[in-house]
Design a protein around this ligand. Sequence first.
Ligand code: NAD
Length: 322
Amino acid sequence: MNNTKILVIGACGQIGTELLVALRKKNGQENVIAADIRPQESVAADVAPYFTLDVMDTDALESLIVDLKITQIYHLAAVLSAKGENNPTLAWDLNMNSLLSVLELSVKHKIEKVFWPSSIAVFGPDSQKNNCPQQGVMEPSTVYGISKAAGEQWCKYYFEKYGLDVRSLRYPGLISYTGAPGGGTTDYAVDIFHHAVKDEPYTCFLSEKTALPMMFMPDAIDATLQLMDAPQESIKVRTAYNLNALSFTPEELEEEIKNLIPQFSVSYAPDFRQAIADSWPASIDDQAARTDWGWKPGYDLKTMVKEMLDNLRVLQAEPEAQ
Ligand code: NAD
């Protein structure tokens, strides 16, 4: 009998919204429990089973784990890069202490597997700019990056010291048409599409030449499921795996959108997020993920842009159709 019961913390965010659907398709709706700080009444009915949870409330988290007989945890709640710079101590507190609670409770209650995402933000201005290696200089300059770099070491520590099977990916900037982005430095690559489908001009908060690693959400979800399904012995990296898919500049994205919407116009007005973007690599070497558990992205810039525009147009037309 399959006793898998998965708890997804931060389930209402950009990743959680889509990860929930994929996990439920595989494990059954009732076996994947959504939890987020958002009040029940603000969450769509089809997200059920749903529990309002402040992950910082360790007792409430422990009760959920015990009462619902949870066997796996996906911990997604965090303060992201741009928001983190506006409130560094809050970002550190949530990102670090919630991870430690999840790790501690997972050992205590013999959780089989834990997923916790890291980020390309673990890299800093002295890291290799192109094809940034799995292991190399990692001196992040944002509080978000510092929390992810420290979190990776905690994951490795819990694996080595307690045998906890915790796995992690360094996601690049994620692009999706369902959930809204949560305050990261790569959010422009989602916002730009919303303006394009509405035939509105877009002002980009990064400069036109800023190349960053990016990924379309279906690839990120596939990578997450692939990582979590891989046999334990094939997971050789116990900090977090580099993951690469796309690398493009705002100007290149603008051009690709203009191939389909020629009248679209973009202007550039870099703000404080430019400094964060400048501190990150432009592309990532993900050979370890490819070798250890067979990672391979499915989308390139052209196919991602077409699918984003097609789906946003459908979503845009939906309220009128009702
Ligand atoms: P998001 O901001 O869209 O979602 C985070 C969710 O966590 C939100 O629904 C929020 O309500 C919830 N939350 C916040 N505080 C909480 C608390 N105290 N208790 C319970 N829930 C709380 O973020 P996302 O983009 O979905 O990212 C998820 C994870 O992936 C984060 O750890 C993030 O660092 C990582 N990541 C994301 C990206 C990206 O481009 N989206 C890239 C790299 C890494």
